[in-house]
Structure formats: C-alpha cells, structure tokens
Design a protein around this ligand. Structure first.
Ligand code: NAG
Ligand code: NAG
Ligand code: NAG
Ligand code: NAG
Length: 732
C-alpha cells in the first residue's frame, strides 16, 4: 500500500491509504536536504544547535570553523557578510542541482522538528527559495515601501534562516562582493525587494512562521505546547508549529528558555532527557586524580550559623588534598570563626588563601581575585563559588556538579518556604529579576532537570577552561552600575556562555541574613524567626522529632514528663550567653524585675527579657514544647504565654538549693543546661506530695509538670560545681 495525497487547499495535502496519486514520489527525499551553518567557534549555543540537529537526523555541514569571526559582534551589531562569502564558496562547488540547502544561524537556533516536516512545508510554500520572515524591518527601515504587501503574516525578510534549491541559492549569492562586516540581511533584502530578481530566483517569505520562527518582535506569539510526550513551540498568532526556532536579536534568553524544552529536552512524560548526557565520571579516579577545585568562600555581611557553615565545609565529600580554599571575609564579626577554622583544619587543604576584613577589599575585587587564583593555577580544573549564606546540606554537591560536566552550573537552593532562590528564570528589560513561566514549577520541584538561565548566584561551579578562554577578562565582577553577581552574569551572557541551574537533587537552602544582629555573644540563638529550620538543626535535640513515635518521653513521677529538647550546643550557648550578660540577681525577696517587686521564692537567676530573649523563647516554647504538652495533657491547649522564664544558677557557696514551693504556672518547663557528674555534683528536683525525685538530670532534657496545687517541689542541693537550669512558668 502506498500513502496517497489529495489536494485539499492550495497548500494542504491529505495523505491516505489508497492508490491514486503517489505521495512519496512527489516528496523531496530527506537525503536531498543539507543544512549549512557558519560557526567560527564552538559556543554553547552551537553545541545546543548540533544536538537538536542530531536529534532529528539532519545532515549538517559547518562552514568557517576555526576562521576568525569577522562578521561583526554576533550578539548585537549588523554584519554577517562573512556568512554570505562562505555560503557562496560552498555552493559554488556543489554539483547536485536537485539538492535543497537550509542555510541557518546556529548560535541561537534549535530545531523543533525533523527534515521531513521541514521539506513538506518547504514544498507547500511552492517556491524555489523560502526566507524566514520578521515583523520588524531591519537594518534599513527606509526600504519599507518597497516590500511587497502580505495579506496576513510578517512582511519583512530575515536572513538568519532560508532554504532553497542549490541553483537558485548559487545564483542568489553569485553577485556577493561585500566585506565580511557588511550586512547579509541588507544584501538579501535588496534581492527580494527587486521584483524581477525576486521572480527570477522564485523567492518567497515564510510569513506565517510555518518553517522558521524568528523570536525578535514575536515573543508574545510563541508559547510552548506540550502534547503526547512531545514539546513544540507554537505560534499562537498564526496557529503554526515552526520547525526552526531562532533567537535573533535581543531574544537570546527567550531562546534559552525554549531550548530548555525543545526538542524534547524536557517533557511532562519523560522529564529531563538531556540530564544524563555527556557526564564526567569520577568513579574510576583515585582520590589523588580528582579534578583540582578552588573553593571561593565569601563573607560579605554578618551571617548566622557561620560555624555550622565551616562544619559542613569539612564534611563536603571530596578529597581535601584536591581542594584549595580562598576565603574572603569582610566582616570583623566573623574573624574569630574563620581563623579558628583555618587554625584547626586549614592544613587539611592543598592550599589556603584568606583575605581579612582589615584589608578592606570590596566584594567585587575579592571575587575577581578568587577567580584569578584558579585562572593562574595550571592545575586548577574548577572554581567553586560558595557564599557564606549557603546551607549546602547535600555533602555530594561538588561531585554531582562536576559529573554534570557543564560550563557553569549552580545547584538550586531556596529559602525555606519561599520562592526565593539562587537563580532567575528570566530578566526584565532593564536586566533585573523577572519571573519565567516555569520559575515556580522549578523552584517547587514540579519540574526537575537542568535549566539554562540568565542569572545564578551564591553557589556555582565554573570550569577553569572558561576562565582561561571566554572568561579570561580579569574584572568579571566589577561594574559601575551592577552588583558583583549581576555583573558576572551579564559578562557570562555576553560571551555566549550558558549558565545552568540543576534541581535534580536536593542541595540545600539559603539563609536569610537581613535581620541578623550582632549585639549578643551567641547571636544565632536569636534566629528562630528568621531561619527557623537552621535554628532547629542547630539547637534542638537530635532525638526530639522521633520522641513521640519512639516513646522516648519518660514519666519519672506522677504527671511529670521528661523528654529530650535541647542539644548540647543550645545548653552551652544559653549558659554562656547568661554568664556573658552577667547580671545575676541577688536571690533576695525584693525583685524590681517582676510585677509587684516581691519574689516569694527567690533564686539566683537572669530573666529571658533581660537579654531580650522573651519573644524568641516564647516561639521556642510554642514550637517545641506546646505539642508535647498537648500530647501528654490531652485537652489542654497552650499558647505558651509566660511572665517568668529564666536561667537559674545553683552553686554550693551561692545558692545550692531551692526550698519547697509551688510555681506560679499552669505547667512548668525545667530544662537542665549542664551535666551532672561533670559540671556539678548533686542537684535534682523532688516532688514532695509523691516523694519522688529526679536525681540525675540529663543535659538538654526538659521536665514538664503542673505548677500549682499538686506539684509542690524543691530544688535539691548542688554540692560541687555550678548547675544551670532554664525554667519557664507557662500560662501563669
Ligand atoms: C535517526 O536515525 C537513527 C539511525 O539512523 C534512527 O534510529 C532514528 O530513529 C532517527 N531519528 C529520527 C528522529 O528520525
Ligand atoms: C516558482 O516556482 C514554482 C514551482 O516551484 C512555480 O509554480 C511558480 O510559478 C514560480 N513562481 C514564480 C513567481 O515564478
Ligand atoms: C547580479 O548582477 C547582475 C549585473 O549587475 C544583475 O543583472 C543580476 O540581476 C544580479 N543578480 C542577482 C541575483 O542579484
Ligand atoms: C538518640 O537516640 C539514639 C538511639 O536511641 C542514641 O544512641 C543517641 O545517643 C541519642 N542521642 C542523644 C544526643 O542522646
């Protein structure tokens, strides 16, 4: 059986199974199509073009490889005469007259479909040469009147893509004598607007973008169309599915966006199909053969959890003798943390360079200098940028990024519960943040893959080979008007280098630094609102979250519950903070800190509000204690209100014990802040009504018991050392 063809409209064919006219015979066979493109160097865009051509089995011949590009700056200015010269030379030698040439740009082009569809649409155009069309006239708008009118569609010629039979193309370029920097578009325009020549060469425009979609002037017309496991770009103005997408003029970023999907790089059904391509394997390497990475660490503002940052850096899965560190610290506040890290662990690394705050080097200079450390190092394979506010939870991040083998790749990190991330999906007209259509889906992980984006920051890996070539300019981060990250991304984009963000894995998050104050000793304690997850990881007992499931809550005396709450760091920080503050009460009955000024059962203590910690403490009680209260005393709901919450100090020669008393609370939380047998002897708590004592308090564990009426209790004597507890009278 043969596929048959019925003419329906002038340009449309219906093929069916029958035996009238043979459809195949009229078609141009796919092997008659040759794609010609000019690429003087292999940019990321060129590789993307080739990949899409290969995907559809196009036969591509590349002209001008290794030649110096002299056709003007391909990012902006007119030019392209070099392309015509190379085309002229190429077609002059071609013999087969029935061959069809597709001459197309490649740095900003991808194929959205295969040769068969392209040739069918070419034939349906019923001309020997078909040029892509544009809605904007360029480069000479005075020629507008000379253009033939079109009933519907774009009126103007675009030279970034055209196709035709060899004899016609040869004839069309035969007269070319221009300079390499002359405009190819103007040359072809003049042929086209000259009626006799247009007729003789049999040229038409693809006015409705059936073959070619130039994006300039058409951004609103083009949308992605997902269907049956495939993805195309659709021109919604003309309801066409262009075969070739061209990010001409200032539409490179939109092309990058479309190129994240087309051709079938990512679909709903398949997910990412390119993510496993071209990987670099590390598994066969000995540790000593691992690529050498310079890690640039930048501290540009006071930042919480800096010591945790360095603990994580130590745990990064990578041979330390293949890592060099460049640490730039602009914050005196963090000097101690940096120097103690370097003192204790610096020698594990192959090399360390650090810039101290006194050097007053600005952010851009430090980043330029860090790049240069890798650029000048013949051994350096990668530069890994790591800003101090990055919380890299995934210890394999560096290996994962290296394996991905991309020019520049950032692991996606986000701010917890927010749409804030370390990449932008699009740029506004003035170069700032704009939200791409897929941004939210990417940030929230509904689309996972590798995404070519216009802006990345905070954490990313750069190939050293780029720093020695495309990115060899020293001052990539320096700009009059842009901040260092924006300046860097701007420079990368203008060199035609692609930046990717990877959200195939969970990598970590980014801290909020805006409200970080540095007036206390352990400022991280105050971060429970700004960075709640980091606060929890830093301070809450490691077994807290599984205590209900695993029944870890103990019941040492009637209605007294005992459970793990703080970790050692929290206990130590709280004690040190109070000792640092130092204004311990005298333990007398007169107490100006409380309402009424009279304390019935005084202790040597410091109230949370004396160190401005009551809001944070209440949040802590609400988040971490209230759920346990409601579990153990069902039906009682608490908002964790308190008038009194304080840290008590027991010392043999100061105040060793507390006489029996009731608490002015519905329930009381009593957290042991240090370790019996190590920090002190004795201590504990006795409930008189039940004659029941807890004599071996555990550091970080909380006692929860009713305050009034039933749980008359006393603090047992501390016989040596110093004992600290944190007490809260909840719901007074
Ligand atoms: C490309 O060619 C290969 C082998 O020649 C074939 O397996 C594949 O299906 C072709 N792909 C397309 C899109 O035609
Ligand atoms: C262009 O060529 C087609 C055949 O490919 C022919 O039918 C048509 O008349 C020609 N048009 C002009 C204007 O010569
Ligand atoms: C080439 O130049 C000749 C002589 O100027 C002219 O007649 C002819 O139309 C030109 N051909 C094209 C395709 O421009
Ligand atoms: C948490 O529980 C595990 C298993 O019961 C135990 O080995 C570990 O010591 C506990 N962690 C702490 C800090 O007590």
């Amino acid at each position: 059986m043969k596929r048959l063809c019925f003419p329906i409209l002038s340009w449309m064919c219906l093929c069916a199974f029958s035996s009238l006219v043979n459809c195949e015979d009229q078609r141009i066979p796919e092997d008659k199509l040759l794609v010609l493109t000019v690429a003087t160097k292999e940019t990321d865009g060129f590789r993307r073009f080739l990949r899409s051509a290969k995907h559809f089995n196009y036969t591509v011949k590349v002209l001008g490889q290794g030649e110096k590009w002299s056709g003007g700056d391909y990012m902006s200015a007119p030019g392209g005469g070099q392309k015509v010269r190379l085309l002229k030379a190429a077609v002059a030698e071609m013999k087969s007259e029935d061959q069809v040439i597709l001459f197309i740009d490649s740095y900003d082009v991808v194929f959205a479909s295969g040769p068969k569809e392209l040739l069918r649409k070419f034939q349906q155009a019923k001309h020997k040469v078909v040029f892509s069309s544009e809605s904007l006239i360029w480069p000479d708008r005075h020629l507008e009147d000379k253009y033939p009118h079109v009933r519907e569609g774009n009126r103007f010629l675009g030279s970034g893509g055209f196709m035709g039979y060899i004899p016609n193309i040869r004839e069309m370029v035969a007269n070319w004598t221009g300079a390499d920097s002359d405009s190819d578009q103007l040359f072809f325009t003049k042929v086209y607007i000259d009626p006799p020549r247009r007729k003789a060469l049999n040229i038409t425009l693809d006015t409705k973008c059936r073959l070619f979609q130039n994006l300039h002037g058409a951004l609103d017309e083009v949308v992605l169309k997902f269907e049956d496991g495939r993805v195309r770009a659709r021109n919604v103005q003309y309801d066409t599915l262009p075969v070739i997408l061209h990010g001409n003029g200032p539409t490179k970023l939109q092309m990058n966006y479309l190129g994240n999907y087309v051709p079938n790089s990512w679909t709903f059904e398949t997910g990412c199909t390119v993510c496993l391509e071209n990987l670099r394997s590390l598994s066969s390497l000995k540790e000593s053969e691992y690529p050498l990475v310079v890690i640039g660490i930048f501290i540009q503002q006071p930042t919480p959890f800096v010591s945790v940052f360095f603990e994580r850096l130590l745990k990064l899965q990578y041979p330390k003798n293949r890592l060099k560190l460049f640490i730039s610290n602009q914050e005196p506040h963090h000097e101690q943390q940096v120097s103690s890290f370097l003192q204790n662990h610096g020698s594990l690394y192959l090399d360390v360079k650090s810039i101290r705050p006194e050097e007053e080097m600005d952010g851009a200079d430090a980043r330029d200098m860090a790049f240069d450390m890798c650029r000048k190092d013949k051994e350096c394979d990668y530069f890994f940028n790591l800003d101090i506010e990055v919380v890299l939870k995934n210890e394999n991040t560096l290996k994962i990024l290296i394996k991905q083998n991309l020019p520049i790749v950032a692991p996606m990190i986000t701010r917890v519960g927010r749409l804030w991330s370390n990449f932008w999906g699009a740029l506004s007209v003035d170069g700032y943040y704009a939200r791409s259509e897929d941004y939210v889906d990417i940030v929230q992980g509904r689309r996972v893959g590798l995404w070519n984006v216009p802006y990345i920051s905070s954490v990313y890996l750069v190939k050293a080979s780029l720093l020695q070539a495309e990115l060899k300019d020293y001052q990539l981060f320096t700009s009059e008007s842009l901040d260092p990250d924006m300046a860097f991304c701007h420079n990368v984009r203008s060199k035609g280098v692609f930046m990717y963000v990877n959200n195939l894995h969970t990598f970590g998050r980014i801290l909020s630094t805006e409200k970080y104050k540095t007036e206390h000793l352990h400022n991280d304690l105050w971060q429970i609102f700004e960075n709640p997850l980091d606060w929890q990881e830093r301070y809450i007992h490691e077994n807290y979250t599984r205590m209900i499931k695993d029944k870890l809550i103990e019941n040492p005396c009637p209605d007294v519950y005992w459970f793990p709450l703080f970790n050692d760091v929290a206990c130590d920080h709280l004690v040190e903070e109070m000792e640092h503050f130092g204004k311990w009460s005298g333990g007398g009955n007169m107490d100006t800190r409380i309402q009424g000024g009279y304390e019935n059962v005084p202790t040597i203590d410091i109230h949370m509000n004396q160190v401005n910690y009551e809001k944070e403490w209440q949040k802590f009680l609400l988040e971490f204690v209230a759920p346990i209260t409601e579990k153990m005393f069902p039906g009682y709901y608490t908002k964790a209100q308190f008038d009194l919450a304080f840290v008590v100090r027991y010392k043999p020669d100061e105040q060793p014990y507390l006489r029996p008393h009731h608490d002015a609370s519905t329930f009381t939380i009593n957290i042991a802040l240090n370790q019996v047998g190590i920090d002190y002897q004795g201590g504990g708590c006795r409930f008189l009504r039940y004659d029941c004592s807890i004599q071996a308090p555990r550091k970080g564990w909380a006692l929860m018991h009713p305050g009034r009426l039933t749980h008359y209790h006393e603090g047992l004597p501390t016989t040596a050392g110093v004992r600290y507890i944190a007490v809260s009278f909840v719901d007074p």
